[in-house]
Design a binder for this molecule. Structure first.
Ligand code: ADP
Length: 289
């Protein structure tokens, strides 16, 4: 593997503690835990531009993603939220004509440069989409697929991992008696939790959630949000959402995007109660969106 690969999973160097690191640190931008300890950044984004052909969809984005916290990404349609997620695990690399410039680091290591092991990167930085993407196979096999993606496991180990993953995704009790049934038969909310269980199978350190409840009813949304809150004990998450109440409920840090720019980021209380930028204020008060 090339020297720039990101396969190694070890504690991060302290590569920054705040958002908007090119600005002078301020209470709104420095990321500090409730106990006052500085939290290292799991991912750091510096001066990131992204192009779909000639269309520049992200413009000089700088943002830190704190470890084992939820970063909410908000902003009107087309502002670049999904594009940002597509850069963080380099899904775009499979699409001709799409390119990123600038710097994105995972535990201090460059992920945009050549020689990065993309399979390994996508194992470490998992993704869940708005439309639950269950495969046309059994509930068990959907989850086993994730578990086997990065490890060679015996049958007994797969059984154990599937139970563990479904338990972590808060779904085990609901499906343990029907593991061989097709995943298609689950409700929308259950399917989304199944996708999260499958994504957890690669033992990701970061989970990218692109409008994970956008297609769900309120009860299923509540179940997925509860799961997000539970998972953040061990995982770093980036949550793209149109739903500002959801960002307020789930996120520790919120970043507001507009027309490809990261306008402002800070603690959730800062963004929703006293944003610095007029565009943020106008968006959160519903003046546009
Ligand atoms: P959001 O997630 O905030 O709705 P996106 O990240 O999907 O926004 O899109 C950001 C910008 O990039 C938009 O202007 C959108 O039209 C453009 N875009 C997204 N996908 C493509 C694509 N495959 N080809 C060209 N432009 C795209």
């Amino acid at each position: 593997m090339a020297s720039t690969d990101v396969a190694e999973s070890k504690p991060a160097a302290d590569v920054g503690v705040g958002v908007g690191a090119r600005r002078a640190p301020s209470p709104a931008s420095a990321w500090v835990n409730a106990d006052g300890a500085k939290n290292h950044s799991k991912m750091t984004i510096r001066n990131l531009d992204f192009y779909y052909g000639k269309t520049r969809a992200l413009k000089a984005v700088t943002l830190d993603i704190p470890d084992r916290r939820v970063t909410g990404v908000i902003g009107p349609s087309g502002c670049g939220k999904s594009t940002l997620l597509r850069v963080l695990n380099r899904i775009y690399a499979d699409c001709p004509g799409q390119r990123a410039t600038g710097e994105v680091r995972l535990d201090g290591k460059d992920i945009l440069g050549p020689g990065v092991d993309l399979t390994m990167l996508r194992g470490r930085v998992g993704m869940v989409f708005q439309a639950a993407t269950v495969f046309r196979m059994s509930i068990f096999d959907n989850v086993a697929l994730g578990a086997r993606a990065r490890e060679i496991l015996s049958h007994a180990q797969v059984d154990e991992r599937v139970e563990e993953l479904l338990t972590r995704a808060d779904l085990w009790a609901e499906v343990k008696d029907r593991l061989k049934d097709s995943a298609d038969g689950l409700s929308g909310g259950q399917q989304q939790r199944l996708c999260i269980a499958r994504a957890l199978g690669t033992r990701p350190e970061v989970l990218l959630l692109d409008e994970p409840t956008g297609a769900l009813d309120p009860a299923s949304t509540e179940a997925v949000e509860a799961l997000i809150m539970q998972l953040k004990q061990r995982l770093t998450m980036v949550l793209v959402t149109h739903n500002m109440e959801q960002a307020a409920r789930c996120a520790d840090q919120v970043a507001f995007f507009y027309l490809g720019e990261m306008v402002e980021a800070g603690s959730t209380a800062h963004i929703f109660e006293s944003p610095t930028q007029p565009r943020t204020q106008n968006y959160i008060t519903g003046k546009f969106g």
